[in-house]
Design a protein around this ligand. Structure first.
Ligand SMILES: Nc1ncnc2c1ncn2[C@@H]1O[C@H](COP(=O)(O)OP(=O)(O)OP(=O)(O)O)[C@@H](O)[C@H]1O
Length: 245
């Protein structure tokens, strides 16, 4: 099958600092790929190149065979910072990116996605009335409501407490089972990567290149304590120069 995302000898630097040092990767339609790497190696820069927020110095990213030269509505970014509008209700936030249909139809779509992420009953609430985990749900629902082919996630759960992050990961897997998105997740959390992804890509130190790609065939629901997953986790940590006692 043709790649949904094809990254070809992608390079990017800032002034004299090389940051992305030649990356080749193909992501299949519907695949979930996690990217881990040492701090400051260029992960967010790679994500910005994928999203079309930055342009490469050489090489390219192609989506469905078309080179990315600017942000596309087909590839939605969910980032750490969060971008829910505080002056809009949950429903209005979810309706914001929906361009098709009459207001009643858009409101129905918004409510459908609110329900999907467990926010039924909070459609008329304002962001300040919600917890951090609920805000993250609004953001994920808003991204999915526009039915993007590709979801790009840069540390989406890192601002959440461990328990909420765990719930959100399961929520994400559930939603992805219902709708077939291609997902690229950047995370510093190796357990998160092996819990969620079909493949984990380990990057080198800056300038980022791919060190190893670990396929993960364990079916969902996974437990990180499963021996096969522990083995992969140890191998990834060893590549990152971390060994657990
Ligand atoms: N717009 C920019 N201008 C100049 N330098 C930049 C810019 N964006 C990133 N850099 C530099 O590129 C390097 C990689 O940054 P990047 O944020 O991509 O790394 P990262 O792997 O996501 O980091 P972390 O793990 O700490 O989140 C850093 O040294 C950073 O200072």
């Amino acid at each position: 099958m043709d790649a949904k995302i094809a990254i070809k000898d992608l390079r990017k630097g800032f002034r004299s600092l090389p940051v992305v040092g030649g990356i080749d990767l193909e992501v299949a339609p519907g695949e979930f790929v996690a990217i881990v790497g040492p701090s400051g190696c260029g992960k967010s820069t790679l994500m910005k190149l994928l999203a079309g927020f930055e342009l490469p110095d050489s090489g390219h990213v192609a989506i469905d065979g078309v080179k990315v030269t600017r942000p596309s509505p087909n590839a939605i970014v969910i980032s750490q910072q969060g971008s829910v509008f505080p002056w809009l209700t949950v429903r209005e936030n979810l309706m914001f990116g929906l361009l098709d249909g009459d207001p009643a139809g858009r409101a129905a779509t918004a409510d459908h996605y609110a329900e999907m992420v467990g926010l039924k009953g909070f459609e008329k609430a304002y962001p300040q009335e919600l917890s951090g985990g609920m805000l993250k749900r609004v953001e994920i629902a808003r991204a999915l409501a526009v039915k993007p082919d590709i979801v790009l996630m840069d540390e989406p759960f890192s601002a959440l407490d461990a328990l909420t992050a765990l719930k959100m990961r399961n929520e994400l897997l559930r939603v992805l089972r219902e709708e077939n998105h291609t997902v690229l997740l950047i995370t510093h959390d190796v357990e998160e990567a092996i819990y969620l992804a079909d493949r984990v890509v380990v990057l080198s130190t800056r300038p980022a290149t791919i060190r190893t790609v670990f396929p993960i065939s364990t079916p969902h629901p996974r437990k990180v304590s499963q021996p096969a997953l522990q083995e992969i986790k140890d191998a990834i940590l060893a590549q990152l120069g971390i060994s657990e006692a």
